[in-house]
Design a protein. Sequence first.
Length: 162
Amino acid sequence: MLVRAGNFAGTMSKYLSERILSQPNVQVRFNTAVSGLDGDDHLRAITLQNLSTGKEETAAATRLFVCIGGSPNTEWAKDTAIIRNEAGYLITGADLLINGKTPACWPLQRNPMELETSVPGSFAAGDVRMGSTKRAAAAVGEGANCITYVHRYMREPKIAKV
């Protein structure tokens, strides 16, 4: 778990922070942010930046779940095909359609699924997504829905637009 701040104070309850920190299968890294993504058809690695020292390191990763609060902080997506709005929120699902048509970068014959970004198989949930309900419970629900969509995406044939 990466936390941009130096601690959990001010962002979550003491009870929850203590519970997270006591989990043997959760490593928490404070003052750390994702500064880069690497991959081609899928994610292969993430670049982590220590916000105190500026030092970067690369870690193998095939999935990334981002929970960043009320400010989207999606600069990491600026050089990708993931479409963002003017405020930086990721645009998903039907909101990607303009006059019923998918964006030019969308390679598949089908429309994007509800929480899918403009990159097939890449889903966004919670505060990072344009139009989301800015509440933790809503983000958890959307995140759970993303799991369903990921399974659906992995089962479907990849048919490109003609």
